[in-house]
Write a protein that binds this ligand. Structure first.
Ligand code: AMP
Length: 612
């Protein structure tokens, strides 16, 4: 395999990569300014027709890295699947399909179809019959359709395995191999994986033809003088969090805020201006003169905040920049190091704040490794913190006026007011203080969100649920909702907690500890293949040769059938109602409640299992 590591990208525009006008136009409209490193490396290789092995995690821009080249190969007039993308979860399938559809804005007639376990076959069959140019699916369901001959890959040009290590972790690797065995020989294959465990490397060796290998090499760097913290995005909009943080930060003077798209630079600048900050956007649309003007204004203090994309902020050297905020997480560690290097200049202290969505945790850890420094979690300032800070600043301002200004004229007015209103000086002062707030009240209203649980170290390999959760709202935004089963009511009508034991049915499956199965494999497979949200999956008893799992009563035949065919770690699980005694020693059990996965070493349950 030919190795290739990305240290930096000299590619400035998507046009340089040889993409067609229709895609370039869409990218401009979406606001992508420059290719991310993984895109700069992968797109030419894939356009050249090579197979590719990419080590990249979520947040690097890998979706566009494989999507754009495969879209170039599509013959829109031919309504047959010409590309297949396999993803470990339905959420990712939907997300990838959405990304492709957005890039296809100027490709009339282009159609991408997500297919995944848990969705009704009737609907999928109809959609497949209608035709699609690209199919994005989870392995189990894709395999099913291939077996039923409802998905025909005779015209396949590109096959992508996305998040291959996750597919391995969730026990889908045999299905993936089955699919690879059953696709026509002549096609291009791209495999992306955040890590490269032996089994994935083996699959790559077996099914990829002379692949080019791409990985984002972590740039190690010393960033000692900079305080680095992260905020786990949750419970509050990023913009509100940003303004709270900036307001309370002690040594705040000026900030550069990094976002991904030029559209976002402008939007955020507008919003910050509306909130009273002197902010401006700095992006690739600005000519040299305008760019210099913005930087000069930041230097002189006419601006306090500049919202920039990576390229536009390259090389900025403004000593008063006390803070860098990574509003959107950078694509790689090198970009991170460049970004935070915009603060702590000329021997001053610098602060770097990183916003991290739960699914981006891997990137956070990668950055920590590359910079060889831990990044501490930041507790979002509370309303009281903000109020205290405002009051302290207010007092300082009043004290300054007392010590520097001649106040006789005003003292006289206060005396008059005291006399006329028959009140004390304190009351007059309080009224003046209230008036002095000038649209920025000292006390802020509203609720504090529940504090986010900081990432624990052992969550480096998060479960599909915790990792995928943030993708759920995307679906809800689109007005759709994930049914528990196909015919369940909408989320709003559903109980927030799993039904009590009476409404649960216990099933047995033919995989256990001796197959190397863990509770999370079972939850992952069931959640994916039957479309049951993890919070509705009840207790799981893990034994040597088999396991039990509690699922809501009233499972439709379709979901039950899907589960009968489901494999975990390559073993068919053969789900059936549990009637017998446990077939081995009790291993572990887990209970899920209220959407949170908790270990429950509940003795009652353990005993119950043995007593049966
Ligand atoms: P991914 O790693 O593919 O999940 O992408 C992470 C995020 O980066 C998505 O929100 C993309 O829309 C965004 N993104 C990907 N490539 C670019 C780019 N070249 N410029 C700006 N944003 C991008």
């Amino acid at each position: 395999m030919k190795g290739n590591s990305i240290m930096s990208t000299s590619v400035e525009s998507f046009a340089e990569l040889g993409l067609s006008e229709a895609l370039l136009k869409a990218l401009t409209e979406i606001g992508y300014e420059t290719p991310s490193p993984i895109q700069a490396q992968c797109i030419p290789i894939l356009l050249d027709g090579h197979d590719l092995l990419g080590m990249a995690q979520t947040g690097t821009g890998k979706t566009a890295a494989f999507a754009l080249p495969l879209m170039e190969q599509i013959d829109v007039k031919l309504m047959k699947p010409q590309a297949l993308i396999l993803t470990p979860t339905r959420e990712l399938a939907i997300q990838v399909a959405e990304a492709l559809q957005s890039y296809a804005k100027h490709l009339p007639g282009f159609h991408v179809l997500p297919i995944y376990g848990g969705q009704s076959y009737t609907i999928q069959l109809k959609q497949l019959a209608r035709g699609a140019h690209v199919v994005v699916g989870t392995p189990g369901r894709v395999m099913d359709h291939l077996e039923r001959k409802t998905l025909n890959l005779d015209n396949l040009k590109t096959l992508v395995l996305d998040e291959a290590d996750e597919m391995l972790r969730m026990g889908f690797i045999d299905d993936v191999e089955w699919i690879l065995e059953h696709t026509p020989e002549q096609h291009q294959t791209a495999l992306f994986s955040a890590t490269m465990p032996e089994q994935i490397r083996r699959v790559a060796q077996k099914y990829l033809v002379e692949p080019r290998e791409i990985k984002i090499k972590a740039a190690t760097a010393t960033v000692a003088a900079i305080r680095q913290v992260y905020w786990q995005v949750s419970g509050m909009h990023k913009l509100d969090a940003l303004t709270r943080i900036l307001e309370v930060e002690d040594d705040f003077d000026a900030a550069i805020i990094f976002v991904r798209t030029k559209t976002a630079t402008v939007e955020l600048a507008d919003k910050l201006n509306a909130r009273g900050y002197a902010a401006a956007a700095l992006n690739g649309d600005l000519n040299q003169q305008m760019r210099e003007r913005v930087i000069d204004q930041l230097k002189s203090g006419a601006l306090d905040i500049v919202i920039a994309t990576d390229v536009a902020a390259r090389g900025i050297d403004v000593p008063r920049v006390s803070h860098v905020v990574n509003y959107d997480i950078p694509y790689d560690t090198e970009a991170y190091v460049h970004r935070i290097g915009r603060t702590g200049r000329a021997g001053r202290n610098g602060n770097a704040i990183l916003f991290v969505a739960p699914r981006e945790i891997r990137m956070l850890r990668t950055i920590e490794r590359a910079t060889r420094q831990p990044i501490a979690p930041l507790t979002l300032p509370s309303r009281a913190d903000v109020t205290n800070k405002r009051v302290t600043d207010f007092k300082a301002k009043v004290a300054e006026v007392i010590s520097t200004e001649g106040l006789d004229f005003f003292a006289n007015i206060v005396s008059q007011l005291c006399e006329e209103q028959d009140v004390g000086a304190e009351e007059v002062a309080a009224a003046l203080a209230l008036m002095a707030q000038q649209g920025k009240p000292l006390q802020i209203a509203g609720e504090d969100p529940a504090p986010a649980r900081p990432f624990a170290r052992d969550e480096r390999r998060p479960s599909p649920f915790t990792e995928r959760d943030p993708r759920k709202p995307r679906q809800e935004d689109r007005g759709g909702d994930r049914p528990r089963f196909e015919d369940r009511p909408r989320r709003d009508d559903r109980p927030a907690r799993p039904a009590p034991a009476g409404d649960m049915v216990r099933y047995r499956i033919d995989v256990g500890r001796e197959h190397g199965v863990e509770v999370r494999d079972i939850v992952g497979a069931i959640a994916n293949e039957a479309g049951i949200e993890s919070r509705f999956i009840g207790r799981i008893g893990l034994y040597e040769e088999s396991s039990t799992v509690e699922l809501p009563a009233g499972m439709p035949a379709e979901a039950a059938n899907a589960l009968k065919r489901t494999r975990i770690r390559g073993v068919p699980i053969n789900l059936r109602p549990d009637e017998g005694r446990p077939s081995g020693n009790f291993g572990a059990e887990r209970r899920f409640a209220g959407g949170e996965r908790k270990f429950d070493g509940d003795r009652k349950f353990r005993k119950k299992n043995f007593d049966r």
